[in-house]
Design a binder for this molecule. Structure first.
Ligand SMILES: Cc1cc2nc3c(=O)[nH]c(=O)nc-3n(C[C@H](O)[C@H](O)[C@H](O)COP(=O)(O)OP(=O)(O)OC[C@H]3O[C@@H](n4cnc5c(N)ncnc54)[C@H](O)[C@@H]3O)c2cc1C
Length: 370
């Protein structure tokens, strides 16, 4: 039995907040959506390099920091998300497992969500929310029967609004930038700005290799970026209590050390890499006297997570132990829900973060009218 006319306040007009608002309004709720920016869904335009990678058809196994997301994603998987988008008029396509709007334009997703919000007569209030009290009162002037916190994270243009729930007893895991370039001292980066390679990148934390990723590495003035580094950054953001982090690059991951040595003598280093990379390898070689070793073990010393304004997501957020994994309702405060990135759920590159934002929004849109 749907609780028609129930007054729902949704804080945050990103993907998860708009999705919640749309489903709740379709279910007959009286929905108010709060957004501190002058427009809804600003972040969507930046996603997937403007193409908006909304999800992934591959298994979600091991793609998130926590199993907390598994139940909701088993109910609202990529097929349900694609159906939800289709109902809003967004056709999707799959490229190498990743799901994108068929148009190849993030604006298609942003416009469709906004239009549905408008068509369903969701009341949009462009105002920053400073307080939520038990009961529920928002900013001491708006009253609701249900509250949904969908405030996302400080990654790129965003805000950490987890403190809204601290007065209601909720704790958080500190948010750290993730899916972000690494910064490093200029050592080992000299002259390399703009050089792109495919390498296997190893994350070395206090001398121990924690994980590795095969993919693009892009050298920058003050650090390294690229898909392999982005994936390592999520793993690093989840760790605490370490002292030093290096990245080891295997510059020829498809060949053994022995074969690399042969190739250097057959072809010569200058025919194998960008000239600036050759110069850096030679500089290291002068110390070690083993060129194959330098190619297989190119070290970028003392890397750090880049700043929030370059990050795609935050690792951290509201402690998931304080929410029901099946309903996303707070265990501390009845009829309070949280969706999307504000929760301590983070996913790897490949559409897993938007998938969580959609799935959690769809679930809570149903729950608020129960
Ligand atoms: C550059 C970039 C590229 C990305 N690419 C991808 C990709 O291709 N695929 C993918 O899966 N993920 C991608 N992501 C991550 C993805 O965009 C986020 O995980 C997702 O948008 C989170 O959705 P959300 O609704 O939880 O939060 P958000 O989209 O951050 O929305 C939260 C909203 O709440 C508002 N808000 C915050 N606090 C308050 C307050 N106190 N009062 C009122 N409003 C408030 C914010 O202004 C914001 O509009 C990318 C992110 C970035 C930055």
């Amino acid at each position: 039995m749907k609780n028609k006319g129930v007054k729902v306040g949704v804080i945050g007009g990103g993907v998860s907040g708009m999705t919640t608002a749309i489903i709740a309004a379709k279910n007959g709720a009286d929905v108010t959506l709060f957004e501190m920016e002058p427009r809804l869904g600003r972040k969507i335009l930046a996603t997937g390099n403007g193409k908006c990678n909304v999800g992934n058809v591959e298994s979600i196994e091991g793609k998130y920091n926590t199993n907390f997301s598994s139940y909701i994603l088993s109910e609202y998987g990529i097929d349900e998300i694609r159906k939800f988008l289709a109902a809003l008029g967004v056709l999707t396509k799959v490229i190498d497992g990743r799901v994108f709007p068929y148009s190849g334009e993030a604006s298609t997703v942003q416009n469709a969500l906004r239009k549905a919000v408008e068509d369903l007569k969701v009341n949009v209030v462009y105002e920053e929310v400073f307080s939520i009290t038990k009961g529920f009162k928002v900013n001491d002037k708006y009253s609701f029967d249900r509250i949904v916190v969908a405030t996302g994270s400080p990654a790129t243009f965003g805000k950490d609004s987890t403190k809204l729930l601290s007065k209601l007893g909720h704790d958080k895991v500190d948010m750290k930038p993730a899916l972000v370039p690494f910064t490093s001292s200029r050592e080992n980066l000299k002259g390399l700005r703009g050089v792109r390679i495919i390498a296997r990148a190893y994350l070395v934390v206090d001398g121990v290799e924690v994980c590795s990723e095969l993919g693009e590495v892009l050298f920058k003035d003050n650090g390294i970026s690229g898909s392999a580094i982005f994936d390592l950054s999520v793993k690093l953001a989840r760790l605490t209590g370490y002292k030093n982090v290096d990245v080891r690059l295997d510059l020829m991951p498809e060949f053994s050390g022995y074969r690399v040595k042969e190739l250097v003598s057959e072809v010569g280093l200058s025919g194998m890499f960008h000239k600036e990379l050759c110069l850096n390898i030679m500089r290291n070689f002068e110390i070690s006297k083993d060129i194959a070793f330098e190619i297989k073990n190119y070290i970028i010393k003392n890397v750090k997570l880049g700043p929030f304004n370059l990050a795609q997501i935050a690792s951290g957020g509201l402690k998931v132990e304080q929410f029901d994994e099946k309903t996303l309702e707070s265990k501390l405060c009845k009829w309070l829900f949280a969706t999307g990135e504000v929760l301590n759920v983070d996913g790897e590159c490949g559409g897993y973060n938007l998938m969580w934002a959609f799935a959690s929004g769809m679930k809570v849109g149903e729950m608020v009218v129960k």
